[in-house]
Design a protein around this ligand. Sequence first.
Ligand SMILES: *Cc1c(COP(=O)(O)O)cnc(C)c1O
Length: 372
Amino acid sequence: MVDLKTQYLKFKPEIDREILEVLDTTAFINGPKVKAFQASLENYLGNCHVVPCANGTDALQIALMALGLQPGDEVIVPAFTYVATAEVIALLQLRPVMVDVDPDTFNVTADIIEKAITPRTKAIVPVHLFGQSCDMEPIMAVAKKYNLWVVEDNAQAIGATYTFSDGSQVKTGAIGHIGCTSFYPSKNLGCYGDGGAITTPHKNWAETCSMIANHGQTKRYYHDLVGVNSRLDSVQAAVLNVKLPHLDEFAAARQKAADFYDRAFANIPALQTPARQHNSTHVFHQYTLIVKDNRRDALQAYLQEKGIPSMIYYPVPLYEQEAYKNSMANTIEKLPATDYLCRSVMSLPMHTELTDEMLTYICDAVKAFFAQ
Ligand SMILES: *Cc1c(COP(=O)(O)O)cnc(C)c1O
């Protein structure tokens, strides 16, 4: 599904040198590498403050802590996402209100969100699933209308660009009030351990999040807020400093592989290739197909026989997970699109090192399955 080794070998001299420099200087925590990465990411995202932290889940937790919500306050999240999004909401004694997604883009929409708003709703966490931005302009408009905070879960879409109707372009993570991203090794910008960041166009939110990430202190041993301990370490920052300048190339390699898949599957009626939104670039964290007619599991078994990995992101809607079964504030009905997607989606290998030969092998196997 991913090939971290081949990519590492391409950058090995630089990465090894950067890591050795950290060992040499023993500046393991908050060293110059972390500050350099913070500045580079701010520059990359444009008009955005960055607070590095320990992982993407922490980034979400810190962002939600910064909002100062009260127990029982409702936070709207898609039911079709990775568990971390809802987990931090529940952990903070807030109420995750799970909503459906658009079955073509896999993302929440402003219309779906607006229907779930109640007087207790305080925030929305749109997830830019699989690498494409949610349609953020109408989501920000709904947030403004109802006075809600927007925390973008940008763990899968770092580097994607959203275009507003006036033509202005903003990177995901710099659109809402606060954005959260992950540098988990298999993410589009992956380090060699855990890492994450909070991103925000607003200085005040950056300051609050930075305090919370560091035990709520402004000055050493003076704690104004209840915080956590969440740091990006210098070794991870050293890796990220080498990789960030190549993030757009990584996205281009993924898009090229996605185009290859799209072309190969265009004439297979039982497959729906990933919809591409007109106002967002797609950085293809995952290449996710919809396999119609309940043939998903058979296709997956067939590919496995041919030595081709595939994954189901995600097999179970959040509201059917044991831990979250009773969290739906507004409905106990199944959410139809989420339910359908959990039964029908399948992700194919997607990374920066896919060759035409590998892609041909995968696509031929998929075609052979549908030709039988
Ligand atoms: C990976 C991921 C996270 C969590 O990031 P970690 O660094 O693994 O904690 C959160 N949300 C989504 C959508 C993710 O894909």
